[in-house]
Design a protein around this ligand. Structure first.
Ligand SMILES: [Zn+2]
Length: 289
């Protein structure tokens, strides 16, 4: 079974009107990125995977939405609407902004009424202190409701998103405080790959996803080689960060890493371990089977 653990709910339900198309030029080094897409675009891109985790990001009122809706209720409703299109394939994660007074209430609603089964947080995008009191309340609620939490980790080109809020070493402290909480650190914590992987190694319930890492080939290679040397290949999850990349691209990159190591005469990463990332039953590890 192939699971894509990291996708963003498409910006539009129906076909995107040409005047609403948004092209982004910093996220992909190889080509401009169309960040707007429809439900149909999403399902077409997800054809190569069996199951998919999808979410939006609830932004604070004074920040522009990255894509799509801002308010947590609307973000979570949009996720539930995507799940309703293919409930056997899509698992929806909720998002809340921990500093807003209704964050816990919205978590209850998204869990009980919408059936969302995990939580997506991006402390840099959402501008909250990941070790602060409000955030800890949200982690405690997630632990109680058995919601795995997928954190954006590492850098981002969004100018007003504080990078230090997304440093992987902060996750170590969260995992110490909430040992039962299942945590997925996105993007191998790029560019702090080793910082991310040593946190993954330490904590039984902390994992990392490889989504969109192949876009920087040297960094991708190092991430895979570090994971191998630190013995944590079996804690890496497959993901695409749709619409940033398509799952087929991430799969191809894992299967062709050997071309890169061959070309530059680099120490290899065993192919069966790279294939293991693609085939990993991450839903079982996250308690979502
Ligand atoms: Zn993402």
């Amino acid at each position: 079974m192939i699971v894509d653990v990291h996708t963003h709910v498409p910006s539009h339900v129906n076909a995107v009107p040409p005047e609403e198309e948004i092209l982004e030029t910093k996220m992909r080094p190889d080509r401009p990125l169309r960040i707007t897409s429809s439900h149909d675009d999403f399902f077409k891109a997800m054809a190569p995977v069996d199951r998919v985790i999808s979410f939006g990001i609830a932004m604070p009122p004074d920040r522009p939405a990255v894509i799509g809706e801002k308010e947590a209720r609307k973000v979570n409703d949009a996720t539930a609407a995507l799940v309703a299109r293919a409930p056997d394939k899509v698992i929806g994660f909720m998002s809340v902004q921990p500093d807003l007074p209704d964050a816990l209430e919205e978590m209850e609603r998204a869990h009980a009424d919408l059936g969302l089964r995990g939580l997506k947080l991006g402390p840099n995008y959402q501008d909250f202190d990941p070790l602060g009191k409000n955030a800890r309340r949200v982690y405690a609620k997630a632990q109680e409701l058995k919601l795995p939490v997928l954190f954006h980790q590492g850098t981002s080109p969004i100018r007003d998103a504080p990078i230090r809020y997304a440093h992987p070493l902060l996750m170590d402290e969260i995992a110490i405080l909430f040992p039962e909480l299942r945590i997925v650190m996105a993007h191998l914590g790029h560019p702090w790959l080793e910082d991310c992987l040593v946190v993954v190694r330490k904590h039984p319930n902390v994992y990392a996803d490889i989504s969109a890492r192949f876009l920087r080939p040297w960094s991708f290679y190092n991430g895979m080689r570090y994971a191998y040397e630190w013995g944590v290949m079996d804690k890496l999850f497959f993901g695409s960060d749709y619409p940033i990349t398509m799952p087929q691209e991430d799969m191809d990159a894992l299967r062709h890493l050997k071309d890169f190591t061959g070309q530059y005469h680099l120490p290899e990463v065993p192919q069966e371990l790279l294939e293991g990332i693609i085939q990993r039953d991450s839903l079982a590890l996250l308690g979502l089977s």
